[in-house]
Design a protein around this ligand. Structure first.
Ligand code: ACO
Ligand code: KIV
Length: 390
């Protein structure tokens, strides 16, 4: 049975670039956009064209070079924003305008000093105006995570009627629990007239560490687009991490969902974004962190040496990581020491290993990590007659 496709909407260059210190120039953005296109993302949100002349230029230039993906520009529900986005996107093969407005009571009251009826009017007007420039119009209901479902359904129905092709249901503040976010998608699927004419999209923030879980819950409940960023960067605690949702769908085939992403490029993509934005990736980051395929405790190392699958659910090569690493520490056992010693040329007998291991532990209790050059020294200190095999 062929799997249903979930569209991957990458917003590294828009929401990701909103991170303090992560500002990129146009040349850097072009390199990333080209690589995202090769990675296989379906949509590249290239920027917020009205926000600055630099961002306008970036979106314009990205629109010119992207070959496969849809190129998208963000706007408020403001005519001038939409006109400027349309202008920036005019060279795109597949342009999309992403417009919208806050729909939660908090946003309506405090940001807009308005009421629900007026917000629906502004939403409809914005979608119709965007539609006069491009066919593909995505609408976002900002703070949908905290928006009452009944009102959200009314907004969605109105903007579909106005021509929206994609409905973005952002959990802007990262508030929802996965069950709640999934139930929201289900509610919209069951209660919005015309919902079959639009794609529901997840855009989740990570304030409670639930962005990925919420996005997965969203697609399990009928959404067919996930908005995400490389390394999960984004406003405040970040967005859903692209590499995580892609690999979750791949590792759980019974969900019957997949993406067009060529996962073998994930690691290099992560490094490119991290280096361009000078934003380090935390070592324990899922999929792309430096420790994601590193094993440093004896029981795990023994298992991995016997069979990688005992402690790894993903083959590192599938995401572009050369191989798993066996890191020698004071928590390592004989299996790991023998394995690493063999890699540097020593084939140890069981008896020899016992002796060298005692010396190794003394060394490792002082040093955080035992390196290849240390192994030679440890063997020397063990004072046993070992011939290097190399
Ligand atoms: C959840 C998100 O990530 S949304 C995207 C966030 N990204 C950004 O804000 C980056 C780009 N932003 C910018 O460059 C600037 O904020 C601009 C150009 C959009 C606006 O700048 P300014 O005109 O100086 O307005 P400022 O930023 O001070 O305030 C935002 C205004 O937009 C209004 N606004 C906010 N969202 C929307 C919306 N979706 N639709 C219509 N109006 C909106 C606010 O109510 C406020 O209007 P007010 O001044 O009449 O009260
Ligand atoms: C503009 C929208 C899509 C957004 O970034 C959010 O609500 O978090």
């Amino acid at each position: 049975m062929s799997k249903e496709q979930v569209q991957i909407f990458d917003t590294t260059l828009r929401d990701g670039e909103q991170v303090p210190g992560c500002k990129l120039n146009t040349d850097q953005k072009l390199v990333i956009a080209e690589r995202l296109d090769l990675l296989g993302v379906d949509v590249i949100e290239a920027g917020f064209p009205i926000s600055s002349p630099g961002d306008f230029t970036s979106v314009t230039e990205i629109a010119k070079i992207v070959k496969n993906a849809t190129v998208c520009g963000l706007t408020r529900a403001v005519k001038k924003d939409i006109e400027v986005a349309a202008e920036a996107l005019k060279y795109a093969k597949k342009p999309r305008i992403h417009t919208g407005i806050g729909t939660s009571d908090s946003h309506i009251k405090y940001k807009f000093n308005s009421n629900r009826d007026k917000i629906i009017e502004r939403a409809v007007e914005a979608v119709k105006y965007a539609k006069s420039f491009v066919e593909d119009v995505e609408f976002y209901a900002e703070d949908a995570g905290r928006t009452d479902n009944e009102f959200l359904a009314q907004v969605c129905e109105a903007v579909i009627k106005a021509g929206a092709t994609v409905l973005n249901i952002p959990d802007t503040t990262g508030y929802c629990l996965p069950e709640e976010y999934g139930a929201k998608m289900k509610y919209l699927r069951e209660n919005v007239k015309g919902i079959d004419r639009a794609i529901l999209s997840c855009h989740c923030h990570n304030d409670l560490g639930l962005a990925t879980a919420n996005s997965i819950s969203g697609v399990v409940n009928g959404a067919r687009q996930i908005e995400c960023t490389i390394n999960g960067i984004g406003e405040r605690a970040g967005n859903t991490a692209l590499e995580e949702v892609v690999m979750i769908l791949r590792q759980h085939p019974y969900l019957n969902l997949d993406t067009n992403i060529n996962a073998k490029h994930l690691y290099e993509m992560s490094r490119l974004v991290s280096e361009s934005m000078a934003m380090p990736v935390q070592p324990n980051k899922a999929i792309v962190g430096s420790n994601a395929f590193a094993h440093s405790s004896g029981i795990h190392q023994d298992g991995v040496i016997k069979n990688r699958e005992t402690y790894e659910i993903i083959d590192p090569a599938d995401v572009g990581v050369t191989e798993s690493a066996i890191i020698l520490t004071a928590r390592s056992g004989r299996a790991a020491l023998a394995y690493r010693a063999k890699n540097v040329g020593y084939e140890l007998t069981k008896l020899q290993l016992d002796v060298v291991y005692q010396e190794f532990l003394k060394f490792a209790d002082v040093k955080k990590e035992v390196l290849d050059e240390d192994i030679h020294q440890i063997i020397e200190l063990s004072k046993i007659d070992i011939k290097a095999i190399a």
